[in-house]
Ligand binder design. Structure first.
Ligand code: FPP
Length: 246
C-alpha cells in the first residue's frame, strides 16, 4: 500500500529541495560507468517532479550541477550537459501538460551554448505555468550566490541607491537567485551522505533535513512520501520551546 494516503495535505511543505546524490555509486555497483548512473537518475527526477505536482507542492528545487562539478572528468561533465539538453527537450511537453514552470538558479550563462539555448527555450515555453515551479540548480553554489548578492548590494550602496541601514534579511533575500520563492521547509539528500555541499546555504537556515541511504537512481515516489511523512512528524520550533507552540 502506498504511503501517500498518510500524508496530511494541510501540512505539505510548499518548497522541497533535493540533493540528488549517488548516481556514480549506483552505476559502479552494477558494473557500469558513472554516466549510466546519471542517465538512470533522470527517471528519479521525473518521479519526484510528478509526485510533488500530484501532491500540490508549489516549488521543487533540484541540485543538478554545482559550480564544483566542473572539476569532474571532462567526459562526465560533457555527458551531464548533453543529458540535461536531451532531458529538457524531451520533457517540455510533459511540463506544459502538467502546468509546471521550469526555472533555474545559478550562473547558467556559463553552460555550453547548446544546453543554454535549450534551457532558455524551455524556460520561455513554460513561463505561464502555475501549478508548480521546477527549479533546477545549475552551475549553482550557495557561496557564489551569496558573493553575487553582496557584490550587488555593495554596488547599490556605491551608486547611492541604498544605504547601509537599508540592509536587512529581506533585502538580502531579494538579491538571491531565489528572490520571491519561499525558503524550503524540507531538504532531502539521497545516498547516505550528510552534507550540504554548498546548496542553498541561506535558504536552508530553518529547513528540516531528511537523509536517505537510497542512491538517487533508486529514489522514487514512495521515497519522497517517506521524506514528507518524516517532515510532518517533526516539531518545527524556530527557536521557541515546545510549550510556546501549543
Ligand atoms: C550526483 O551523483 C548527481 C549529479 C551531480 C548530477 C545529477 C544529475 C541527474 C540526476 C541527471 C540530470 C538531471 C536533470 C535535472 C535532467 P554523483 O555522481 O555525485 O554520485 P556518487 O556520489 O555516487 O559519485
Amino acid at each position: 500500500m502506498s504511503l501517500k494516503q498518510h500524508i496530511d495535505l494541510e501540512k505539505l511543505p510548499q518548497h522541497i529541495a533535493v540533493i540528488m546524490d549517488g548516481n556514480g555509486r549506483w552505476a559502479k555497483q552494477k558494473g557500469m560507468n558513472r554516466i549510466f548512473g546519471h542517465t538512470e537518475g533522470v527517471s528519479s527526477v521525473r518521479e519526484t517532479v510528478e509526485a510533488c505536482a500530484e501532491l500540490g507542492v508549489k516549488h521543487l528545487t533540484m541540485y543538478a550541477f554545482s559550480t564544483e562539478n566542473w572539476n569532474r572528468p571532462m567526459d562526465e561533465v560533457s555527458a551531464l550537459m548533453k543529458l540535461l539538453l536531451k532531458t529538457i527537450r524531451l520533457e517540455i511537453k510533459t511540463l506544459n501538460k502538467n502546468d509546471i514552470r521550469l526555472r533555474t538558479i545559478g550562473n547558467i550563462d556559463a553552460l555550453p551554448e547548446s544546453t543554454l539555448k535549450e534551457l532558455k527555450h524551455a524556460i520561455d515555453a513554460t513561463a505561464g505555468n502555475k501549478r508548480m515551479d521546477l527549479i533546477l540548480a545549475l552551475n549553482y553554489s550557495g557561496k557564489s550566490e551569496l558573493t553575487r548578492a553582496l557584490k550587488n548590494i555593495a554596488t547599490a550602496i556605491e551608486q547611492k541607491t541604498v544605504t547601509v541601514e537599508d540592509i536587512n534579511e529581506a533585502m538580502i533575500d531579494s538579491h538571491l537567485y531565489t528572490a520571491g520563492i519561499p525558503d524550503p521547509e524540507l531538504m532531502i539528500r539521497s545516498s547516505g551522505e550528510k552534507r550540504l555541499s554548498n546548496f542553498l546555504l541561506w535558504q536552508l537556515a530553518y529547513s528540516e533535513f531528511y537523509f536517505t541511504e537510497t542512491l538517487w537512481p533508486d529514489f522514487n515516489k514512495e521515497e519522497l512520501y517517506k521524506a514528507i511523512l518524516s517532515y510532518q512528524n517533526r516539531e518545527r520550533r524556530f527557536g521557541m520551546t515546545s510549550e510556546q507552540l501549543k
